[in-house]
Design a protein around this ligand. Structure first.
Ligand SMILES: *Cc1c(COP(=O)(O)O)cnc(C)c1O
Length: 456
């Protein structure tokens, strides 16, 4: 390394360290996203769908689903890492997030963007068409509104026809489809729409071990193919078809078609713990949620902890404040109960990794989660354990195997009776998002699209 290069690397690492220190002084909890994990997860998904192709078959393209602020990881950084890993499409539910991607400088020469949660009277279809954003249509009203906007603009809209194959959410039903086909013919003949895709969403692809669910998915696939036939017969055949979420991308190779739409896999999680953990698929959780302890103090046996006295200290012990609460997305249902006596209820709260001078310990939320904070029973004397105010604790992270036991978002999901998706997307906007490995993963022009202070 030249002296200049060494000097500039040194300056860079100083800046990153300053960013980290500043973040801790601004807020006592942080989401840390490893951009390399995101990039590598996308690479893994791209490699997986590129295997075992039939002769002459092209590998399906991969969409990085970055809805809901990139599943809580940050919209723009997640999108850029997905593109660095080989995604050629991005997808958002809300149109405003699709527009934000284009506004950040991710232009149409670089990737397609599909958005799907529109509403005929209020969505700014003209902006979407202008920005070359593909639009899902699943109702006659939205089809009319898209055509109207395109006609006014003098530019055809790229549409993906959403069909309801049994999920019961968005899309045309088989019964209502003839009316849609007529409109699709009319508008494509007029040149105001271009039928790019046909698509649908699966209800139970994450349970490959439940025969009833496998049958339900098979029925959805049959329905999907019948819709395709009807589009072909009506002369509005889709150029591409897409159906697979992460679960189907991983375990249903026959329905990858021309494009797959993994979301949770990009962030390093399996759709359902029944599918085995994410390592099975070579995926690595990208998000770490950590916090710096508030007050650490000694309390006596039988001390009520937090609202409702749902946790009574079983012994003389120390407690620590973790300064994140339900206003930050720490679900109140992850509260931990240990009620001795008549109304005896035991339920472990969400797990927290605490470093002690006897090694790391996994402790749990003790008592009810409050608005801005929760309490952890340290199960010992803080001074003896070497646990102090200001120590950084980890709520969840990549997991990192047995010798470095660390909770994951799946563990929090279990404690709260939900799924990892809700844990990650629920982390409030006031918790800063910080990014590792930006320089390793992104080009300098992409790094310039990020908030420089968020890089650590
Ligand atoms: C969220 C979503 C996906 C991605 O689902 P995962 O289970 O996260 O892979 C794909 N398609 C649609 C329509 C979605 O809403």
């Amino acid at each position: 390394m030249s002296e200049n290069k060494q000097q500039s690397e040194f300056v860079k690492s100083e800046v990153l360290a300053e960013n980290y220190a500043r973040a801790l002084s601004v807020y006592p909890g942080q989401v840390i996203v490893d951009l390399k994990a995101l990039r590598d997860n996308m690479r893994t998904l791209v490699a997986r769908v590129s295997r075992d192709l039939q002769p002459g078959q092209n590998a399906p393209e991969v969409m990085g689903v970055v809805k809901a602020d990139g599943y809580g990881h940050g919209l723009i950084p997640s999108a850029l890492a997905a593109l660095a890993g080989g995604a050629t499409w991005l997808g958002t539910a809300q149109p405003y997030e699709a527009l934000r991607l284009r506004a950040a400088g991710i232009d149409s020469s670089r990737c397609h963007i599909l958005t799907w949660l529109t509403s005929a009277p209020t969505t700014r279809f003209a902006d979407l068409i202008t920005e070359n954003i593909d639009i899902s249509v699943g109702s006659i009203d939205s089809l009319d509104a898209v055509a109207f906007a395109a006609r006014n603009l003098g530019k055809p809209a790229r549409v993906h026809v959403k069909v309801d194959t049994g999920f019961g959410r968005n899309g045309f039903t088989p019964e209502g489809f003839n009316a849609a086909l007529e409109k699709l013919q009319q508008y494509s003949n007029e040149g105001v729409i271009e039928v790019i895709g046909q698509w649908s969403h699966l209800a139970v692809a994450d349970s490959p071990d439940v025969p009833e669910f496998v049958d339900a998915t098979d029925r959805q696939i049959n329905q999907f193919n019948e819709f395709t036939e009807r589009m072909r017969e009506a002369n509005v055949a889709p150029k591409i078809r897409h159906l697979a979420n992460t679960a189907a991308t991983l375990n249903r190779p026959e329905i990858r078609f021309e494009l797959v739409r993994p979301g949770i896999g990009l962030y390093g999680y399996e759709p359902d713990p029944a599918m085995g953990d994410s390592q099975t698929y070579g995926l690595q959780p990208a998000m770490t949620l950590q916090a710096q302890l508030g007050t650490v103090k000694a309390v006596e046996e039988g001390h009520g902890i937090s609202y409702g006295r749902t946790y009574l200290t079983p012994n003389n012990t120390s407690t620590a404040i973790v300064p994140l609460g339900y206003a930050d997305g720490i679900l109140r249902s992850a509260s931990g109960f240990d009620m001795q006596g008549a109304r005896h209820v035991d339920k472990p709260g969400g797990p927290v990794r605490v470093e002690t001078n006897k090694g790391a310990r996994i402790l749990n939320v003790s008592g009810r989660v409050c608005m801005d904070q929760f309490i952890v029973d340290l199960k010992g004397d803080a001074a003896e354990l070497g646990v102090r105010e200001g120590d950084t604790v980890t709520l969840f992270g990549p997991g990192r195997g047995v010798e470095f036991a660390e909770p994951t978002a799946d563990d929090w999901a279990e404690a709260a009776g939900t799924i990892s998706y809700e844990i990650m997307t629920g982390i409030g906007p006031r918790v800063p998002r910080l990014y590792r490995n930006a320089y390793e993963v992104l080009s300098s022009s992409d790094i310039a699209k990020l908030d420089a202070k968020s890089l650590i």
